[in-house]
Write a protein that binds this ligand. Sequence first.
Ligand SMILES: [Zn+2]
Length: 231
Amino acid sequence: MDGIIDSPSPNYDARDQAISMVVLHYTGMRDAESAIARLRDPEAAVSCHYLIAEDGQILRMVAEENRAWHAGQSYWRGVSGVNACSIGIEIVNPGHEFGYRPFTEEQMAALMPLLSAIVIRYAIPPANVVGHSDVAPARKEDPGELFDWARLAKHRLAIARPTRDLVDPHWTDGGCLLALERWGYDVRDAQKAVIAFQRRFRPELLDGAIDGECRAILLQLLLDRERGKSI
Ligand SMILES: [Zn+2]
């Protein structure tokens, strides 16, 4: 893609799985310079494939064919350690620790074609375009509740929040956790898994409590998946 600047990181190794996921992050540091420095520091041992600055400039830090170290201990849909099978994209934002704010229009405008090309290149299903908090719910909050998943969903680059015909299945909390696990989450920390789900599909209320709306959204996601409307 045009306009990408190479800013190589030494923090990668060989993949042992095919690419089947994209994990989106925020950098969570005071400014872009410190985030980029950390992602290139051998001592930090973290990296990503792409970083999107607040002005929309994209940096390539690790080649897609290699495994970047962005997700850490992670799990999604039966796969542990998703770095091996994912592309990691860091979007510059101070994050919850240093002043979380909306991502810029320039960042979103840069992300869309980048993500679209990756999804097409590797035939990645929309359900496998996820946030860091989805694959590491006990540890991570990024890219956070201000990330515009709906914009991605409009272009079939992520799963949309179900809004129609929602019905509360009245599962027990245990039943709801099984359903969350079936959708893809690691539910060993139940409350954190619920918050991660809320961040993604019901961002206006992140209380970690299972309620009728959460159950209804989750049921609809699973039904849509069974009917082949999402994968
Ligand atoms: Zn992250």
